[in-house]
Design a protein around this ligand. Sequence first.
Ligand SMILES: [Zn+2]
Length: 143
Amino acid sequence: MHSITKAANWAEQNQTFIYQFGRALTVEEKAIACLVKVAAPEQVHIYEVPVIKRPDEPELAALCEEYGFLTEDTIGLTLGYGIYIKQGYLTTRLLSHELRHVHQYEQAGSAEAFLTRYIGEIMQFGYLNSPYEMDARAHEVIS
Ligand SMILES: [Zn+2]
């Protein structure tokens, strides 16, 4: 199986998990979603977890290791309409950043389309300098 397909499957499984165990946005959080141009804020779910885990699947785990993606410093991860937040780190700034990734995902049209571009950008530019990450940082709401 191609690594993009594996990543898309992993993202979809985790999105389902976030929907099952997480919560919808509050009124205030929906307003932040609108600020960063999320089209469907009511779809977004947040799940606060002690640790945001790397995929177990060996090829995906190796990719994370190689590109420094999902480390112990990771405090937020967006998978479609599902957002993992590390417990104790939920701020307006972090949420606005993750919600901008939701907007990017909506624009891409599918999990597969988003991940193809996102993974490609990280491989080409590195995590911090990838255009999707730069766009998310540029839209952070500092309260
Ligand atoms: Zn980001």
